[in-house]
Design a protein around this ligand. Structure first.
Ligand SMILES: [Zn+2]
Length: 438
């Protein structure tokens, strides 16, 4: 039964991950209205502000409506305010996922090809609402979602559904369809000329600029370009767009106030994307010292997506024992080179390749690859917020910022796995998970 109906069983398992006692509002709008007036004092053991590697013991946070009003050791509880006691926890900014695909589910359940070719848009969207919920409950209050992989502009609709309180989920920065050079992406293996669903929009030459504009007009918060990919099923990645093409796309996107993200794993694909002026590079497995030095010089962020490499290697039979397969080791080596060059590191796991809600997997692998827990804790909060252009309102616990807060059991500055033990989630001043107020 389970074997015959994998999709159904997986969906039920995902729902079961959600706490039954979750304070799901009868009407999200009612909660939003009451939150507009609410004053809440959160009393954890300590506060990690998201940018300083120091635990502030005995600090509390005062939230009024959807903003942080005060942070410090001497916060009195105003009359008519609620107070939430959070013993044993560290309160920190809502976590920010740097590379998600809410419209994908793990490839060991259904291959990427089959998801793109055979899953109905409504099925993928229904599933994405569940992914959004488990992501929020895992403490990730913002995601940068880097392409629907064939689900069109459904990310724009999901973002609206979350913003309107119809379904619970994180804030979303969406890439919509993403853009690939014609012929460079999958699914593959069909008679040439036959139209099949593709994982991204094909565009090149001058038409690339129009694709950028169309996606922005349809709701894209950022543009994703595939700077390299495998041209055939059994060959390595090679560059797809020319530097000039990417330069035009970046000019159009930046002119519209949108960042550009480049998928690039080859040194030459990265070099072209850097020269074209993209804002972040994803994967970067074959990046060299020279490539990372150029990224540093231009202030381009790096998202190593170690968790996706780890997951795919395990799907192919790796049990996690040393030595790691070459694909996994390459990711670690790229991160080491990027850090040596001083490149800003994004925390983004390519979640969707592996299970949504397991976002912390990337953070743990970043520590395994040599970063300190404090460096990763800063990357997943203020680091990602700054890199994605939302650092003026998210990623730091300080007065005036939006009230996206999570309480985790333990100290994430010394043990990054603490971010797996989330006991409170507040987004925009609304409490989605946590103990009762009093
Ligand atoms: Zn991805």
């Amino acid at each position: 039964m389970r074997f015959r109906f994998p999709i159904i069983s997986v969906a039920l398992a995902s729902v079961a991950l959600t706490p039954l006692a979750m304070p799901l509002p009868a009407s999200a709008q009612t909660v939003a209205d009451s939150a507009r007036e609410a004053v809440i004092v959160l009393r954890p053991d300590a506060v990690f502000d998201g940018e300083t590697a120091t635990l502030r013991k005995g600090w509390s946070v005062l939230v009024r409506a959807n903003r942080i009003q005060a942070v410090g050791p001497d916060i009195a509880t105003p009359a008519q305010a609620s107070e939430i006691q959070l013993p044993g926890t560290t309160l920190m900014p809502g976590l920010i996922e740097g590379h998600s695909h809410l419209f994908l589910h793990p490839y060991n359940e259904t291959s990427w090809d089959d998801q793109v070719l055979h899953e109905l848009l409504a099925l993928r969207t229904a599933r994405a609402t569940v992914h959004a919920r488990v992501t929020l409950m895992a403490g990730f209050t913002t995601v940068r979602d880097l392409g629907t992989e064939g689900a069109g502009y459904a990310d724009v609709g999901l973002k609206q559904a979350i913003a309107q309180g119809i379904v619970p989920g994180p804030r979303m920065l969406v890439a919509t369809r993403a853009i690939v050079a014609p012929g460079a992406y999958g699914p593959r293996g069909f008679e040439p000329g036959v139209a099949v669903p593709l994982g991204a929009e094909e565009a090149g030459g001058p038409a690339l600029v129009d694709a950028v504009r169309r996606q922005i007009g349809a709701g894209a918060d950022l543009i994703k370009l595939y700077a390299d990919y495998r041209w055939g099923p059994s060959e390595p990645s090679r560059p797809t767009f020319t530097e000039a093409e990417m330069r035009m796309a970046v000019e159009a996107a930046h002119g519209a106030g949108r960042q550009v993200v480049a998928h690039a794993s080859t040194a030459e694909g990265m070099r072209r994307a850097i020269a074209a002026g993209v804002d972040t590079i994803e994967h970067g497995d074959e990046g060299t010292a020279e490539v990372f030095a150029a990224m540093k010089a231009k202030g381009i962020g790096f998202c190593p997506t170690l968790a996706a490499g780890d997951a795919v290697a395990r799907y192919r039979g790796w049990n996690g024992a040393a030595p790691a397969p070459r694909s996994v080791q390459e990711g670690y080596d790229a991160l080491a080179k990027a850090r040596k060059a001083g490149v800003a590191i994004c925390m983004g796991g390519d979640v969707g390749v592996f299970a949504h809600g397991d976002n912390a997997r990337e953070a743990e692998l970043m520590v395994k690859a040599g970063m300190t827990p404090a460096e990763v804790a800063i990357a997943v909060t203020s680091g990602n917020a700054r890199m994605f252009g939302i650092g003026d309102r998210l990623g730091i616990v300080k007065p005036g910022m939006l009230a996206d807060l999570v309480a985790v059991e333990g100290n994430p500055l010394t043990d990054i796995s603490a971010i797996r033990k989330v006991s409170l989630v507040m987004k925009d001043g609304i409490l989605w998970k946590g103990p009762a107020t009093r």
